[in-house]
Design a binder for this molecule. Structure first.
Ligand code: FE2
Length: 289
């Protein structure tokens, strides 16, 4: 297996109108640790990285940006030159936050900001909690889903794992995880950010924690067809959905052809044909820059 220019999904940055409730969701429901805090932002992590989730206090709920880790300094330079050649607007020519060795940020298709970087510092203090092992993927709903798929492949070197329908959905990977970024045609929103855990038992504990505070899972546990992960979902304070999952397909064969599903196949749940109509209505848009 060869590695592309992006080696890891780095972090999700969200703007929130209620920082305290967002931090509650992340620490007490999902189970991340707060690693750092400054005047208007809280940094959270499941593992050793300084941050895998950042909440920025704001007067709007929205997507601040997505961090992606370049595989090395050469890859970072190569992506930067592709971004410039394509005419995307670079909004930060240095890392946006302390503790990152090198990086830059640009506004990609449909207003989503991507920060590409290397060398994030480790969190100072690593306590284990009930939470997930790590950040895994995002699922967003571009208006031009095929255009976004082509951008991710052409500029950021993501590979195609599965497709659904004609111009409907694409699952794309940057490492052995079946998808780091999933795309479903929609209204230009981030639908969910997803976190990997070891066992399906952890999904039931998530349901119990939600129940204890009068909230609920909005879907799952289900067994997805595309990606094969077992997943459960809740809505966080910002209006974005959070997924906790386990048992995601791992792809080590570069020559694996994309799996092709029709929209009518039960790609969303191998265990049941029930399909919640409300589920896809959640999500938040990128903040305007
Ligand atoms: Fe997902």
């Amino acid at each position: 297996m060869s590695w592309g220019l992006i080696s890891e999904m780095g972090y999700v940055g969200l703007q929130t109108t209620n920082l305290a409730d967002s931090v509650f969701d992340a620490t007490q429901i999902l189970g991340l640790r707060e690693t750092d805090r400054d005047a208007n932002a809280v940094y959270l992590s499941a593992g050793e990285a300084h941050h895998e989730l950042v909440y920025v206090e704001s007067d709007v709920n929205g997507v601040d940006g997505f961090g992606l880790v370049a595989s090395d300094g050469d890859a970072l330079r190569q992506i930067r030159s592709r971004v410039q050649d394509e005419g995307f607007r670079i909004v930060n020519s240095k890392p946006r936050l302390d503790g990152i060795e090198d990086g830059f940020a640009f506004v990609g298709p449909e207003g989503f900001l991507f920060e590409i970087y290397i060398g994030m510092q480790k969190a100072g203090r690593v306590e284990r909690t009930f939470g997930p092992d790590r950040y895994g993927h995002i699922n967003f709903h571009p208006r031009d889903v095929t255009g976004m798929m082509k951008f991710l492949h052409r500029v950021l070197d993501f590979r195609l794992s599965d497709t659904i329908g004609d111009d409907y959905a694409y699952f794309m990977r940057c490492n052995p995880d079946h998808h780091g970024i999933a795309l479903i045609r929609g209204e230009g929103t981030l639908h969910h950010h997803a976190w990997q855990t070891q066992s399906i038992a952890d999904l039931s504990k998530l349901g119990d924690r939600l129940n204890a505070v009068g909230r609920e899972l909005i879907w799952g546990p289900v067994r997805h067809g595309a990606g094969h992960n077992i997943a459960a979902y809740f809505v966080e304070t910002t209006g974005a959905v959070v997924e906790l999952y386990t048992d995601l397909e791992q792809i080590y064969d570069d020559s694996r052809s994309p799996v092709v599903w029709s929209e009518g196949d039960n790609w969303w749940n191998m265990w049941s044909s029930y399909r919640p109509t409300e589920f896809r209505k959640y999500g938040i848009t990128p903040v305007v820059r």
